[in-house]
Design a protein around this ligand. Sequence first.
Ligand SMILES: Cc1cc2nc3c(=O)[nH]c(=O)nc-3n(C[C@H](O)[C@H](O)[C@H](O)COP(=O)(O)OP(=O)(O)OC[C@H]3O[C@@H](n4cnc5c(N)ncnc54)[C@H](O)[C@@H]3O)c2cc1C
Length: 428
Amino acid sequence: MRFNRSPDLIARCFDAYDVQAAVNFARESGAKLSVKGGGHSYAANSVGDGGLLIDLSQMNAISVDSEARTVTVEGGVTCADMDAVTQVHGLATPTPTVSSVGVIGAALGGGGGYLSRRYGLMIDNVISAEVVTADGQRLRAASDENADLFWALRGGGGNFGVVTSLELRLHEVGPQVLSGQIIYPFDRAGELLRFFRDFMAEAPDEFQCYPFCFRVPPIDLFPEETHGQPVLDFVVYHQDPQAVDFVQHDFVQPLREWGEPILEEASLSRYVNAQTGFDANMPKGQRYISKAHDLKGLSDGAIDTMVEFVPRMVGPLTAAYFDPLGGAVGRVDPSATPYAGRKTAFGFHCIAGWMDPAEDESVMAWASEFHSAMAAHASGGVYVNLIADDETARIPAAYGDNYARLVELKQQWDPTNLFSSNYNIPPN
Ligand SMILES: Cc1cc2nc3c(=O)[nH]c(=O)nc-3n(C[C@H](O)[C@H](O)[C@H](O)COP(=O)(O)OP(=O)(O)OC[C@H]3O[C@@H](n4cnc5c(N)ncnc54)[C@H](O)[C@@H]3O)c2cc1C
């Protein structure tokens, strides 16, 4: 673990009244406050050193209205918890691709995953929120109630209050989807990624594909001669199980025709299993740093930078990928929510991961160099939830033209910056 912090006091809350009491205590005592949902903040914002930690992990209630197609979750619910319950009804809402991420923690910054090109980000599916604000009020925020607060919560992170429960729109998904991967040696990555760019431009919104670069781990799944080698893994996903012939025999076929894949497995899978596909790649308790950009497009320059840096990749858990956005994400007006990157067609994300503190310097230096080189092909924006602990100066850029309105609303809802252990938007 790269962060080792000890709050003075932990309030393990069981309901919104506990949260209200804890917020009041922090405000009145002047204790520094942090709020933990699923605990996956890349910048370690969920746990402060000293002060009061509001731990929401015991707030696990989930209720589905299958007729109205909505789900309401409390602050400690993870994506895996929610998917398991909504899938009983054949329903789901977009969530991140690692199932232990907190639903509300992700949704407060944006929240994207396999379903996002089809159904938007999590914030595009939020119907209402129950919030404890800095002055200790318990409020509902929705398009017809505290509408400004509702706008700010859908991207503005934990800056505006503690969200005790969130109501989200559901869609018909699963129980089966198509998912898998086609893994190639990295030698022809430049050509393959250029091909992928054109392929993705024609892909329907139901299809998602992350070109994921990593070093083959020394496990039996992979031929021994590939262990330690860099690879390009097309992680493929199609929401429609009826498309099995379409996908297996036609649609993904072009991605298969680039020589002999090291590994190929693309088949029908339960939605809940597809949702856990990345979990094992990022084991808990290790050392990570996240480096990301919104890209101008998947330019030759961005591809060449990936091709240059991946073979020099350090850290046994390190990976880098391009994130195709567009679809429903891009059809929302950039001012409709604080999330400013609506016109971004591709994101870039490098997660450097390692175990040994002795490697801190070398891994982080490589990640920073990679990130700086990729900046030449980036728009200047970034998805706020991917900002690292050493990059807080990028927060205004993440919100772009929406930042000024967020500052105004922060002045209104949290003038003393009680909620500051987050991607902070200071009130002045
Ligand atoms: C392994 C991994 C994979 C990821 N994959 C994706 C992905 O596929 N797509 C994507 O969009 N993002 C992804 N993320 C980023 C993720 O969305 C954010 O890190 C998110 O903020 C995590 O939420 P959490 O509740 O798990 O984390 P926490 O660390 O508990 O919370 C994150 C922040 O939100 C605040 N917060 C949490 N809950 C509340 C609440 N109820 N009220 C007020 N504030 C709150 C916390 O104070 C903190 O500032 C990933 C992160 C990790 C570590």
